[in-house]
Design a protein around this ligand. Sequence first.
Ligand code: SF4
Length: 509
Amino acid sequence: MTTTSDTGRTSVWVWGDQLNVDLAHLRGRDPAETRVLMVVSDRKLTERTWHHQKVHLLVTAMRRFATELTEQGFEVDLRRASSMRDGLHAHVDAFAPSSMVAMEPASAKGTATLQALGVGLVPNDHFLCHWSEFAAFRDGRKRTTMEDFYRWRRRVTGWLMEGEEPVGGRWNLDEDNRKPPHRGLAGEAAATPPIVDELDSIDGDLSAWLPSDIRLQGAPPDGVWATSRSGALARLERFVEEVLPRFGDHEDAMVAGSWHLNHSLLSHALNLGLLHPSEVCEAAIAVHTDGRAPLNAVEGFVRQVLGWREFLWGVARCAPPDYRDRNALSADLPVPPALTGAAPTQMRCVEDTMTSIHDHAYAHHIQRLMVLSNLATLAGIDPTAMTEWMHGAFIDAYDWVMVPNVIGMGTFADGGEVATKPYVSGGAYIDRMSLDYCTPCRYDRKARTGEDACPFTTLYWDVLDRNRDTLRSNHRMSRAYANLDRLPDLPLIRERAQEVRARLSAGTL
Ligand code: SF4
């Protein structure tokens, strides 16, 4: 979609995760005086192995947004280029814009790139709390937890507040949202099905946009993910009207074959810019105000968006450049074949999670945290490599969200800047929070030694043992270490753990 017309207009460079006319780069601009540049970069598409559905989402959403802008009277230059930089230079050569502006990219790296290229930046308003506000809030505090940040943002927004106090008297209803699953959550009929769009010619015709050496994994697109604002709004409505009322109670539950349960499936649209976090939170709060969704469901969801999502952006943007390479537990295993798809696994919890990722480029938050990241921490998988793999595998992954999520929250590789203790557990937690992972599994979640021992259970004790110097002084780990010290069979656990790690690496676990 490249045309040449009069020069001298301002060009607005819209990045692929800024697809909204109501964001700072496009809001209020006169289409007659504005040209829009969008670049599909070969370098970006070949920098890692991507899930097929993620690549489809990125390219198709940009093409649909270009069409929407054209219909609104904007002139749009959507071009494929070898790199973002080359795309800009080609645009400038073709149109000689009077000025180039863009909204500050979500990542610090992207922002630095645009600054180096001399592109004028307007602050990013795709988040509810700009990272500079986050930095000011954190300044002078010894430690800033997500809970501190979240309560501050509740007060700032007034969401779910009665004056200075939280609606219902409690800030955090997590306790209500950790109920183990029950049989009623199993089967297709137990959860509201996601909207599935029929694929059209734009979905089907990607060949001209993809480099020949692109590496794809996973199933092809099936219409589950929104590639337009109208599609995203329809999914938001479906969620708040039909799914949210049942979201809270079993937020941390896992059920084999039920890949979405009552999760929102909105993160892809939020992170592309198709939805703004304010409209998402306000829609959720409105159904509680109307009495159609319980407080624990709505608070749990608002916590994810207003709390975790914004907190992690602040952490990512304020972190030093070496944050992504932190490795506090000296983990050095490569990402194992069970995760890359190079080998099957008999660990039923991992196998079900990997099926969800293969089919949908998605796993819900507790599968990401307590199955995948837990396994990475327990086995000692290199956290930077794990971040890279997850970035390519998930539909909603971007650098700003994956780095603090995996390095900080998931694997404790930052030594405790994001999480106050490692999120690690043996098979007992997975058994309690899953309906049907452990009972039919080839491994015994109670056994910590021997051929049938659950790898999670063995490795749980082993990771505590291997990291005494780093973790023992953490007061939140004191009970775990007291239990470790009482184990009579530690030598056998160490032996089995070595075997488990070797078999995980060999793809035979
Ligand atoms: Fe996963 Fe262990 Fe349970 Fe098997 S027994 S499903 S490996 S936690």
